[in-house]
Design a protein around this ligand. Sequence first.
Ligand SMILES: Cc1cc2nc3c(=O)[nH]c(=O)nc-3n(C[C@H](O)[C@H](O)[C@H](O)COP(=O)(O)O)c2cc1C
Length: 217
Amino acid sequence: MTTLNLGADELLTTTRSVRLRLDFDRPVEREVIEECIRVAQQAPSASNSQTAHFVAVADPAKKAALAELWRKGRSVYATLPIAWQNYHYEDPAHAAALPAMGRSVNHLAANLERVPVIVVPCVTFRTDGADVLFQALVWGAVLPSVWSFCLAARERELGTCWTTIHLAYEKEAAEILGIPYDEVMQVALLPVAYTQGTDFKPARRLPVDRIVHWDSW
Ligand SMILES: Cc1cc2nc3c(=O)[nH]c(=O)nc-3n(C[C@H](O)[C@H](O)[C@H](O)COP(=O)(O)O)c2cc1C
């Protein structure tokens, strides 16, 4: 297994949402996925609860069924206030980048079943209708490990893209994957594949003084 030996800041600033440069034809070894999960397990989890689980899907029929839900989820996403179609972008350069992002999403939508592995991170609580404290504890018990998985994957020449839209059909996905829906909540869906080239750049972000609030908002 090759590792890129990226420095911490380079790893953190160049782990991108990869859609266009996923290599659909190069197999991803089970051991690499498990090693990334081992790294991800070191992330903090609320109450040291160890409630994060990862369903790694390599079965072609299951990947195809998940991809179908993902495609259907796009129209549900489009109704949400955070969807790119509805969100007000402060930086015109961000707005200008949307067509390229749309093309990238279309490419993933058309090819999702072709990725060697789809990873569905889960947490063993449900937060439906819960208050912010419980939401924060449960989501916080799993999402740091999801990002650690993406970072560990990048270090091993793998690309990931954090996605969520299949959650519009979470129950159907649970049935496909045999997840006990009443106790276990899916939190994301990560396509995982080797990348075409390993050079990725930091993305454009707002100047930090637009998002830092010293002492008051
Ligand atoms: C919480 C969250 C949910 C996301 N959901 C999706 C998704 O469902 N489908 C998708 O293609 N990308 C999804 N993305 C990826 C973003 O669209 C991506 O980060 C965006 O293209 C900006 O790219 P950048 O983060 O590299 O700047 C999601 C990212 C996050 C953090």
